[in-house]
Design a protein around this ligand. Structure first.
Ligand code: PLP
Length: 374
């Protein structure tokens, strides 16, 4: 099996049989010819069911995650919502307490309508997760590293907890795409990615992925639900994501190197109370991160001395970092998450989240220094 850099660089690049093109053709057709009695000579019926460009992208994504099957969705939220809606009514879900805030909002607002129940647990402590289990628990929802506190959970330990309880483990790996972490190889059942972030990589396409360790009933249910609910990615989005994947390992190496330098500089800065980055030796789960991640990612957050007022002032003085939501693009972004998450936010008020881009590290360091030292 080729290594992940090779898989990524060659994703979708085999010569197209009709033209010899080394880039997958973008197939925009909504419908495909079938026989009078509904046979599908080429395997395709209707774009919403499945389509050639999406299929090509899914093959590449499955290979990167070591998955038996991958499904592409229009957004990361659509991917996550599908995995949840495909659970039997009456199921209980344990969510990581620092999971992406929109998934917690989804649980609060929609689970009662779907017949699901849920609770939160600290996933950095497998015993806390075990204590949250109920007889009807069907899914553990981990996110590692988490958004925005960069908490790390032990994927192998949680897979054991889930399987002993007859449940599945889903890992939202948006902060650590396949080149940094392989949750399925560690025992997870499903990996979720917001492809809007590092997989797309350029801040110009949205997408979501569910990658399944086994091509079993849950994968089939998710596929059936996607088809009927119409949560199919557009071929253009699929094509853009495949294009992004080809440079994923190269981009991640640079993101990680930049983030590491920034984390160290922030850690040493007198106006910074705390840095959340799994690559720092004093991160509470550094040992777990070092064991299960190849590198520590391009995301970090830090707490400014002086709380919210000081944090907002720093964010306002940054020039190179743009105040904007999202992550994983080439340009560096800063965000005061508590402001964006709203009144229900549990994020520390003095916390700023950085998506470290692909600029020169020294330019980013200079920008942070002028904003903190002013
Ligand atoms: N998971 C995480 C960790 C995220 O940060 C996000 C979005 O920021 C999502 C999932 C949802 O992805 P999307 O915005 O593509 O729906």
């Amino acid at each position: 099996m080729p290594r992940i850099e090779t898989l990524a660089a060659r994703a979708g690049s085999r010569p197209d049989p009709t033209s010899g093109a080394l880039s997958v053709p973008l197939q925009l057709a909504t419908t495909f010819e079938h026989t009078p009695d509904g046979q599908l000579p080429q395997g395709w019926l209707y774009q919403r069911y499945d389509n050639p460009t999406q299929h090509e992208t899914e093959q590449a994504l499955a290979a990167l995650d070591g998955a038996a099957r991958a499904l592409l969705f229009p957004t990361g939220m659509a991917a996550g919502a599908t995995a949840l809606q495909a659970l039997p009514a009456g199921s209980h879900v344990v969510l990581c307490d620092d999971s992406y805030f929109s998934f917690r909002a989804l649980a609060a607002q929609q689970f009662p309508r779907w017949g699901l129940t849920w609770s939160l647990a600290d996933f950095s402590d497998p015993d806390a997760v075990r204590a949250a289990l109920r007889p009807e628990t069907r899914l553990l929802w981990a996110e590692t590293p988490s958004n925005p506190l960069l908490k790390v959970c032990d994927i192998a330990a949680l897979a054991d907890v889930a399987h002993a309880a007859g449940a599945q483990l889903l890992v939202d790996g948006t902060f650590a795409p396949p080149v940094l972490q392989q949750p399925l190889a560690l025992g997870a059942d499903i990996v979720l990615h917001s492809a809007t972030k590092y997989l797309g990589g350029h801040g110009d396409v949205m997408g979501g992925v569910l990658a399944f360790r086994e091509d079993g009933a849950h994968a089939a249910d998710c596929h059936g639900l996607r088809l009927l609910a119409g949560a199919t990615a557009s071929p253009f989005a699929a094509w853009m994501i495949l294009r992004g994947v080809r440079t994923l390992p190269a981009r991640m190496a640079w993101h990680c190197a930049n983030a590491k330098q920034l984390a160290l500089a922030l850690h040493a800065h007198p106006r910074v109370a705390r840095v959340h980055y799994p690559g720092l030796p004093d991160h509470p789960q550094h040992a777990v991160a070092a064991a299960q991640m190849r590198d520590f990612g391009g995301m970090l957050s830090f707490e400014v001395d002086g709380g919210e007022t000081a944090a907002l002032a720093v964010a306002g003085r940054l020039r190179l970092f743009t105040n904007a939501t999202s992550l994983g693009s080439t340009e560096s972004l800063v965000e005061h998450r508590a402001s964006i998450e709203g009144p229900a936010s549990t994020t520390p008020r003095g916390l700023l989240r950085l998506s470290v881009g692909l600029e020169h590290a020294q330019d980013l360091l200079d920008d942070l220094a002028q904003a903190l030292d002013a």
